[in-house]
Design a binder for this molecule. Structure first.
Ligand SMILES: NC(=O)c1ccc[n+]([C@@H]2O[C@H](COP(=O)([O-])OP(=O)(O)OC[C@H]3O[C@@H](n4cnc5c(N)ncnc54)[C@H](O)[C@@H]3O)[C@@H](O)[C@H]2O)c1
Length: 428
């Protein structure tokens, strides 16, 4: 099975190098639900807890073949070294493997990622031409490696903020826009379009609009392609979606949540551009409102001051530091505070998400699922949902939904956690 990644930077290289080290038995897939997680089946006394990868027919790690595109021509060894996430010791034994993977030329335009420019880009007459070149790349990659199936995960930089417009409304309008070089069609949309046209499942790891537009959602449904996104849920937002449901469960009030980050990788540099940051900010801010439901709990969550800041600070490289200050209040309105200082490694948290998405999106395609895969919201900061649907951000509800979808696909009973009515309700 082929794994195609537009954007071979820190996340993508940490993922590829990691999978290779794991399949050689040199490392463990920590953080990957598909590899480490179990799933409870049937009633509790049955004691059935298989590993997820033993329960659902996922592709094996040995089956994966990697490829992708980048605006820099570095092979995967150079790119992994430059990303500086993994130390030299972890790379020594897999150098030859990494050197054998070379990026294809990118469909790129620095108007959409202003802090980036590189030499390894396609020259084309226009956007329709670029899309066709990407389709050719996908087909060639499939033939050259003798692949049966493919999955694409966008691991490219965050593009500038963009709202849906007329050209995004239908597949016809989108294709007309391609022919006319409409500025509202971004490079990431070209990759998503090419994937969908080739019947390849597409996941978006960045907050860009990309496939979250009616034109591509409709096209995906027509072509029986699964889609999901946006923005891998790692770092600070992961912490938010762990803490906020707990506060709400205990009806603890929240007055303010201030989040700031320092990070020094290329992603941090790209996000230093206000327009790229705006895309990220939208994605990070949405989370609290939907978890805390201020409309239902105005006394507790009706007046929250929520602020998110990202600061580019080169000395830290990929090892981000995220500070959170929460001003909360309890019984009789007495104020309290929580401070979180998360010394995290962004790409170490993101790599297992890429792996799970690859395997679950391939499963979805084989199971005949098409269009938006809401059950994979677990992995995203701003999950794609069908028009007018409520977005679920609570990590624990998302996990229940993911596991119940796997049970459903395999014809197992759904788990509601009420298997036996309490004595008194049963007539016992
Ligand atoms: N690391 C995390 O935890 C995390 C979490 C959520 C989202 N993300 C998002 O994932 C993406 C990747 O993150 P990263 O840390 O690997 O960033 P990175 O800057 O190291 O890598 C991105 C790569 O994409 C390439 N690129 C940009 N536009 C391209 C195009 N049009 N075609 C092909 N290649 C292109 C760049 O040259 C770069 O090598 C970013 O958008 C980031 O915001 C990362």
């Amino acid at each position: 099975m082929g794994v195609l990644l537009p954007g071979l930077g820190a996340v993508a290289t940490t993922f590829i190098a990691g999978v290779e080290a794991i399949r050689r038995g040199e490392a463990r897939p920590i953080g990957s639900l598909s590899q480490m997680g179990t799933i409870r089946l049937g009633k509790r006394p049955e004691n059935r807890f298989p590993r997820i990868h033993e329960f659902v027919p996922l592709a094996g790690l040995d089956d994966l073949v990697f490829g992708g595109w980048d605006v820099f021509p570095d092979d995967m060894f150079e790119a992994t070294r430059k990303a500086a996430v993994l130390d030299a010791g972890s790379l020594a034994s897999i150098e030859d493997f990494l050197r054998s993977i070379k990026p294809m030329k990118a469909a790129f335009d620095s108007n959409y990622v202003r802090k980036l420019s590189g030499p390894h880009v396609k020259r084309a007459a226009g956007k329709a031409d670029l899309a066709r070149m990407l389709i050719d790349d996908i087909e060639r990659f499939k033939d050259e490696h003798g692949l049966e199936r493919l999955v694409m995960v966008w691991c490219g930089s965050t593009e500038v903020y963009l709202e849906r417009s007329a050209v995004h409304a239908t597949p016809e309008a989108f294709e007309k826009g391609l022919a006319e070089n409409d500025p509202a069609i971004t490079p990431s949309m070209l990759y998503a379009y090419a994937a969908i046209k080739c019947g390849v499942p597409y996941a978006n790891g960045a907050p860009n609009l990309t496939a979250d537009i009616p034109a591509l959602i409709m096209l995906a449904r027509e072509n029986a392609v699964p889609l999901c996104g946006k923005d891998f849920k790692t770092g600070q937002t992961l912490m938010k979606t762990i803490l906020a449901p707990g506060l709400k469960a205990r009806q603890i009030g929240l007055a303010g949540w201030f989040s700031t980050n320092i990070l020094g990788n290329r992603d941090g540099e790209v996000l230093d551009d206000p327009d790229s940051f705006r895309t990220k900010e939208e994605s990070k801010l949405g989370v609290l409102d939907t978890i805390l439901q201020p409309d239902l709990y105005p006394e507790l969550y009706g007046d929250i001051y929520h602020k998110v800041r990202i600061n580019y600070y080169p000395p830290r490289g990929d090892n981000k530091e995220g500070w959170d200050n929460l001003d909360i209040f309890g019984w009789l309105d007495y104020p309290m505070q929580i401070k979180v200082d998360f010394l995290c490694r962004d790409s170490i948290l993101a790599a297992p998400i890429v792996l799970d998405l690859v395997l679950f999106m391939d499963l979805a395609k084989r199971a005949g699922l098409r269009g938006i895969q809401e059950w994979l919201s677990f992995y995203f900061k701003s999950p794609m949902v069908p028009e007018n649907h409520h977005v679920e951000h609570d990590l624990f509800i998302q996990l229940t939904k993911l596991k119940n979808t796997l049970r459903l696909l395999m014809g197992e009973e759904l788990v509601t956690h009420i298997e036996r009515l309490p004595p008194g309700l049963t007539g016992e």
